[in-house]
Ligand binder design. Sequence first.
Ligand SMILES: Cc1ncc(COP(=O)(O)O)c(C=O)c1O
Length: 391
Amino acid sequence: MDIIYMDNNATTRIDPRVLDAMMPYLTEFYGNASSMHSFGGSVGRVIAEAREKVANLIHAEPGEIIFTSCGTESDSTAIYAAIRSNPNKKHLITSRVEHPAVKNLYEYLAKTGYHITWVPVDKEGTLDMEYLRQHLSDDTALVSIMWANNESGVIFPIAEIAELLRGKGIVFHTDAVQAVGKIPVDVRQVGVDMLSMSGHKFHGPKGLGVLYVRKGTKFSPFLIGGHQERGRRGGTENAASIVGLGRAGELAQGDLEAINTRVRALRDRLEQGLLKAIPNALLNGKKDQRLPNTTNISFEYVEGEAILLMMDAFGICASSGSACTSGSLEPSHVMRAMGVPFTAAHGSIRFSLSTYNTEKEVDFVIEHMPPIIERLRLMSPFWKKGVCNLQ
Ligand SMILES: Cc1ncc(COP(=O)(O)O)c(C=O)c1O
């Protein structure tokens, strides 16, 4: 059975050109970049080249790029660096729809004496800028707001937030894990202090992240150890993955146009096809303010995980916002924050496309989804109630 992969916000397929670039550093060039001998030194040189390519992708300087092990490590590093460099400030701001990499760390920090402001979003998933503005104070150490949401695809006004914070002595971090490689990201233009990204979201290797730290930003390392990354992140460099990320960054720059046109057209075809073919299907997320590859659709009165299992039988891979925890099915915090009604939040499915998807695949999904939803609705007590309630 062919796999129809529409779960690219979870992870992407490694580009074969990225793998080719990596292979020599997993095999014959195994030296340590920190060694005195030229065998190791040659690895140091390719790491420097990769750093330059990654910097180019987001319009940064190579010295502002720190390689980490993943997006989660980049987020933790940024958040801890911000609070350690402002030890007297005890107020932190974030949004209600962050990825667990930020959300769960903030929840932990709340237990250790920090006061947290969770900025709400409206029903289309857009950020309440007025709420953010009103909650800034002299005690605020950090604002961490994601560039684009992983579930709804909604893009936040990062440049506007940076402008709002300018000159206030508040560190601004953005989790751009879902934005980089899908839309243009220019750190110079927006003026953020720190930015997280992750290689496996744009056809690079898994297990490699990046933290951009603007020159002049106060910083303290999260992983304290060797002098790697100019003392900002200890640990022998993952040379092969770093080289791969450099290549992926280069390729992503070239693909931005295709994502904005071809992938966007595929996403729109899928979205319109599903909304037209399936009754009681609702779009989650502001239509014209989303990542071009993402659509999140709620199929009312059915449960996301059941939908995914039935899609899986046809080889279709996507994601649902609900998670089965201790016997109860909780809709995602993102859908809850958007106020998606209970009957719809459980049946939300995220389709996230890439340049590897085709029109034939989109049409296959449009053809196979309606009978899946219909079958599940026939079994759903909510659907019967829903139909009665609809009158
Ligand atoms: C918005 C966002 N932040 C952070 C992460 C975590 O990245 P990683 O898997 O590289 O730790 C993800 C992964 O899904 C994400 O979507």
